[in-house]
Ligand binder design. Sequence first.
Ligand SMILES: [Zn+2]
Length: 219
Amino acid sequence: MMIGHYAVALAGRRCRHTPPLWVFAAATQLLDIIWCVLIIAGIEHFAPAPGQTGTPLAFTDYPWSHSLAAALVWSGLTWLAARKLFAVNTRSAWLLALVVFSHWPLDLLVHRPDLPLWPGGPVVGLSLWDHPALEHWLESLMVAAGAAWWGMCLWSEGRSPWRAWIFGGVLIALFLAAGPGQPESPVIIGSFGLGFYLFVILLAWLVDRPWRRTANASQ
Ligand SMILES: [Zn+2]
């Protein structure tokens, strides 16, 4: 799953008293960001699968970024970092940890059975990528629903909902315009991925400005 993860970021951002959208945009893709770093470092691996629907990559080895156990650990570390390093209030820290974890069940829905339950453990996946048209609709609708939700929140705060629609619209347009992709080297795939995630984080920061300092005050 690609842009569908951002529906969770939009839902998590909600209204007042949550961290800004760019933090949720980073949190919802944290597992993929870690994966990009680990494939560039040669710690996790994939095999080329040209012509395969959904992704031109076969995810042969990614226990530290994409096992269920790893997702739980990264979510826990997010909670700890939010509380101890950034003094985020308890509710928002739980919300961020939940958004980080949400990546795994959403990947479970689309991936072929390649997601390990723990490093070296059995692999699972519900294979929605085998139905690419349905999968594209689902991801686009998820983002549209998330944008509508955050748009209503903005409206209720007296802020313009166009921010939500620009964010959702850019994501959906990029997603539908993108081709199936080609299996490239880990450095190229990882760098492209990091570039995309950074772009979305910047976009989220832009559309959510100005961020009111009081919105994230510790309680
Ligand atoms: Zn993923």
